[in-house]
Design a protein around this ligand. Structure first.
Ligand code: TMP
Length: 254
């Protein structure tokens, strides 16, 4: 169980069920709350984006959405690196470097952080990733970098088409053994929890910054994203749905 999702044992070897919770956290778990309906929306939005990416040749862990809160995915070994792609400077980068908030970057900028909650996911360099073998080798890291840029191009266009600026986002990748061959798959989720999305006209934030910065109307922002992407048509669709909990599994033992 993580901060926003639970991974359950899947129906077949090599699969898992990814369950989206309504829990929201920020600042490495220091700020916590429940945002009713968030899990349902993130499940739908992430399914939409990953299936579209799959159609342009990006391999992802998604097999299919099962219900309002759950997806069947390939079980992967998550690489301990968060890949952050930025188009506009904001958030931790502006704080760290004193760059004015909202500065448009001349080209997409990729940052890496080491996935380690005890250390607060520190920013790292490419060299750390290679030295400590957090990604197998340079070829694999280059492949992931290229994938990040393709994903950014695609998503920027997709969001721009519905009046949303893709400011920045975070990706996670994992390794899956498919028919004896190691595959690098896009994993985790892509949703307003993991992206910064600003309305083109008003620059209104439609993402988790509404929670991080106490801006209010969090779910309305997520709903707006889903509505513009053509995923939900009525607010009633996100009404609370309860499911029994399948058995949790320790992935390391599989
Ligand atoms: P940052 O500006 O706080 O570093 O965030 C960059 C992007 O990464 C932003 O779109 C939010 C996303 N993100 C996550 O998905 N998970 C995290 O734990 C953090 C810190 C950021």
């Amino acid at each position: 169980e993580g901060k926003a999702k639970i991974i359950y044992e899947g129906p077949e070897k090599g699969t898992a069920i990814q369950h989206f919770k309504d829990d929201a956290t920020a600042f490495n778990n220091q700020k916590r709350s429940t945002v009713e309906g968030k899990g349902v929306l993130n499940n739908r939005i992430s399914e939409h984006i990953l299936s579209n990416l799959n159609q342009i040749g990006i391999k992802t862990h998604l097999i299919k959405r099962l219900n309002m809160r759950e997806q069947l995915v390939r079980l992967v070994e998550i690489l301990p690196v968060e890949f952050i792609v930025r188009n506009i400077a904001t958030g931790s980068m502006t704080k760290r470097l004193g760059i004015p908030d909202g500065t448009i970057l001349s080209k997409p900028l990729i940052e890496y952080s080491y996935k380690n909650d005890d250390l607060g996911d520190p920013l790292i360099a490419r060299e750390h990733i290679l030295e400590f073998k957090w990604v197998k080798d340079e070829k694999a890291l280059n492949f992931i970098n290229d994938s990040c840029l393709r994903i950014n191009d695609f998503m920027q266009g997709m969001f721009r088409g519905v009046g949303i600026k893709l400011v920045d986002f975070k990706l996670e990748f994992g390794i899956a053994n498919i028919e004896g061959k190691e595959n690098i798959l896009l994993a985790d989720e892509i949703s307003p929890d993991t992206c910064r999305l600003w309305d083109v006209a008003s620059e209104k934030k439609l993402d988790k910054d509404r929670f991080r910065k106490d801006l209010g109307n969090i779910i309305q922002g997520y709903q707006e994203v889903a509505r513009r992407l053509g995923i939900i048509h009525e607010e009633a669709n996100i009404s609370e749905v309860k499911f029994g909990k399948p058995k949790a599994v320790n992935i390391k033992n599989k």
